[in-house]
Design a protein around this ligand. Structure first.
Ligand code: CP
Length: 327
C-alpha cells in the first residue's frame, strides 16, 4: 500500500497509480465508517484549503467545506469574480500567494481549453497541493466517488458492464470532464466500459487512445457505440449524462440544432428494462430531470444517486487528508 502523498497534486486520476488510488479508496472507507460512528477525524487541525470557484457548485463546494471542517481545518471559499483574478491577476501570482497563506489550493475552472491549463500553471508555481474541483478535461473528485459507489454496490468490479451514455439536456453546455475521467478510470479496475453518444459528441482522440491503453493494462475493455439501446442492453451500471459538443463545436451556445436532434437520448424506464435486472442508475448531479432522465428512473429502485453524492464527502476528505497531511 502506497502511503506517501503529502504535497501531491490531484488534477487527473491518470497521474495517480492504481496503488495510490487504492489507498485513497481505503482512506475514504475509513473516513466514512468513522463519520457514521461519530468518531472525530481532526487530521488537518489548523490547516487551510482555499476553494476557488470560477463556476457554480453544490456538491463539490459543500463536500469540501464540510469535509475540511470535519478534518479540523478551515475551507476558505473564493468566488473568482470577487478576486483580483477578475482584473487579470495571473495563475502564477495567485498560486504563489495562496501557497504562502495555507496548505492546499482547490480550484474549479471549466472554461474550454483554459481550465486544465490554469490548474497546471498553478501546480507549476504552488508549494502546496493543487486539488482539481473540475476543469474542462477532468473531474477526478466525481470519478473517484463514482468508483467507490460502484465498489460498495457491486463488490468486485472486474468484468462489470458499465455504460457511459450521452443524454439530452438544455440546462447548460456541460463539460466533457465527467465522461473523460470515467472512461480513463473504470477500465483500470477491470470493467467493461461502453461509451455511447450520438454523432457530434465525440471525446478527444487522445482520450480514446489512452482509455484503450488503460483497458489493456487493467484487464477491462472499452468500446464506442452510437446506438443507445445497445449501450443499455445487459449493462450492470448505466451512467446517462449530458456533455457538450466541445470537441466538434467550441461555441458556448447551449441549445443548437445538433442538440435538438437527439432529444430521444433520454434514460427512460423502457431503456432501463434492457439492462441487467439489478442495474444501477448513476448520475453526477445536477440532473436535467425530464430531459436526461425520467423522474421514475432517478427516483426509482435502481437509482443510487444520493449514495453517490454522499461519497463525494468521504472521497474529498480522503484527498485532503492524504495530500495536505499524512507523511
Ligand atoms: N457533480 C458535481 O460536481 O456537482 P456540483 O457541480 O454541484 O459541484
Amino acid at each position: 500500500m502506497r502511503t506517501v502523498f503529502r504535497g501531491k497534486h490531484f488534477i487527473s486520476l491518470d497521474d495517480w497509480t492504481k496503488e495510490e488510488l487504492d489507498t485513497l479508496l481505503d482512506v475514504s472507507y475509513d473516513l466514512k465508517r468513522k463519520f457514521a460512528m461519530g468518531i472525530p477525524t481532526r487530521y488537518l487541525q489548523d490547516k487551510t484549503v482555499f476553494l476557488m470557484f470560477f463556476e457554480q457548485s453544490t456538491r463539490t463546494r459543500n463536500s469540501m467545506e464540510a469535509g475540511i471542517t470535519q478534518l479540523g481545518g478551515h475551507g476558505n471559499y473564493l468566488d473568482s469574480s470577487t478576486m483580483q483574478v477578475a482584473h487579470g491577476e495571473v495563475a502564477k501570482d495567485t498560486a504563489v500567494i495562496l501557497s504562502r497563506f495555507g496548505h492546499a489550493i482547490a480550484c474549479r475552472n471549466c472554461f474550454w481549453e483554459i481550465g486544465n491549463k490554469y490548474l497546471n500553471e498553478m501546480a507549476k508555481w504552488s508549494t502546496v497541493p493543487i486539488i482539481s474541483l473540475q476543469c474542462d478535461l477532468y473531474h477526478p473528485m466525481q470519478a473517484i466517488a463514482d468508483l467507490m459507489t460502484m465498489q460498495e454496490k457491486l463488490g468486485n468490479l472486474e468484468r462489470a458492464k458499465v455504460s457511459i451514455i450521452w443524454a439530452y439536456a438544455t440546462t447548460h453546455k456541460k463539460p466533457i470532464s465527467v465522461p473523460i475521467s470515467q472512461a480513463l478510470l473504470f477500465p483500470r479496475y477491470g470493467m467493461d466500459v461502453t461509451l455511447a453518444y450520438p454523432e457530434g459528441y465525440d471525446l478527444p482522440d487522445w482520450v480514446i487512445g489512452k482509455t484503450e491503453e488503460n483497458a489493456k493494462r487493467g484487464g477491462g475493455s472499452f468500446r464506442i457505440t452510437h446506438d443507445m439501446e445497445d449501450a443499455y442492453r445487459n449493462a450492470d451500471v448505466v451512467y446517462p449524462k449530458n456533455w457538450g459538443s466541445w470537441v466538434t463545436n467550441q461555441s458556448t451556445e447551449v441549445v443548437d440544432e445538433l442538440l435538438q436532434s437527439y432529444k430521444v437520448w433520454k434514460c427512460t424506464e423502457k431503456m432501463m428494462q434492457l439492462a441487467s435486472k439489478k442495474v444501477l442508475y448513476m448520475h453526477a448531479l445536477p440532473a436535467d430531470r425530464g430531459n436526461e432522465v425520467e423522474d421514475s428512473v432517478i427516483d426509482g429502485p435502481h437509482s443510487v444517486v444520493y449514495d453517490e453524492a454522499e461519497n463525494r464527502l468521504h472521497t474529498a476528505k480522503a484527498v485532503m487528508a492524504l495530500t495536505m497531511g499524512g507523511r
